[in-house]
Design a protein around this ligand. Sequence first.
Ligand code: ADP
Ligand code: MG
Length: 417
Amino acid sequence: MFNYTIEGLLLNVFFVAFPLIFYQFLLNKKLEEKPALRNALHYSLFGVSILLCMFFPITIQPGLQFDFRILPFIMASFYSNRTVSVALVATLVGVRFALGGEGAYLNLISSSLALLCITIAEKKYHTLTLANKMAVSAAISFFCKLVGIGCNYLFDPSYVSAHAVTFYAVQSVFMALMIYIIESIRKSFQLSEELIESEKMKVVSVISASVAHEIRNPLTTVRGFIQLLTQSQVDQEKKLQYGKLCLDELDRAQQIINDYLSLAKPHPEQSETLNVGDEIYYVSKVLTSYANLSGVEIVAEFDVDLYVTGDRSKFRQSIINIAKNGIEAMEAKGGVLTITAKRHKRYVVLRICDNGNGMTHAQISRLGSPYFSNKEKGTGLGTMVSFNIIKGMMGHINVQSELGQGTEFQIMFPSVS
Ligand code: ADP
Ligand code: MG
């Protein structure tokens, strides 16, 4: 029964399978936006496959030949679209008529029947399980071909149809196999898409939570200054100074929101040369009101002419987050927060020291990971954001801490002249 020329069979299997090697490259977002190009590529891929099957059939005995041409057609119809499947039917029928013979009519019957079956099944098809998809496709390939052969039998009763039945049974097995492969390709594509999407959502959710957190710093500062302005007798000069600091802080808050909102379409950061002394001075001024509320004094000491490269707003933010933690660590008993900057060889070394409650080794090792917080209202995002900014500026962080004694953050940035 299975006296096929093995070369013919293998060649047909190859002709049917090779479009699947390329099919995975056609599954991408960019191509989805160009339907005409995608259709043309699908048409060429499956069209070539169909023609090759037709021109290199499997010979069973002299004069009796079969081929797998219906398989690429069914695959294209289910996994591309109507335009492609109609174009393929037209090509298939046209070429077969050009070759001549009675077979052309049988081909017309089986191909149109396949198109009809697929059109009917199409809507439900993609909701089916993998096994059912394989079964449906195999059944369509078997049924349509058999009807074609059945018509032949009506005209020519001498026709030996047993060969045809076994051949089409074998063909159905390959049909199911091809569906299995094409579905696996689509599945892995879908998974990688979902992975990218979930990764993006994770970052967006982390960042959006930190926006709320970061906005708290400027708001606290502004609140402190407004409290000062309304409570005590402040001279005109101080009023102007506080007013300006409030405006600066509100601008910073706005800048943070803008920065994070534009996360989806990143714009180039403004990298510039920063005078570390100026920035430390600014940070200490900005945090003063917050520190005052906790009975903490801020001391800033720095060498002149220390320069690093980076985005000003982000640099400030990274220092503020760390310094703010220092202040919060001393909340209970007050203390001194020291911020110093010195040159050490080719580095600018920043030290942020507090004499607050300190941390254990386990806590130090978790610093910088998201949502690690020991505070009732903490978000555990401050150090993560700071560390990311510092690493982005090619900086190194070293933390030393002792429970009950205090903490020192040492940050080294490459120095620029
Ligand atoms: P949050 O301040 O919202 O808790 P952070 O990421 O800024 O989040 O800090 C994470 C945790 O690290 C804090 O909850 C705190 O326990 C610990 N921590 C950070 N800096 C210090 C410090 N200077 N002294 C003591 N603990 C600190
Ligand atoms: Mg914090």
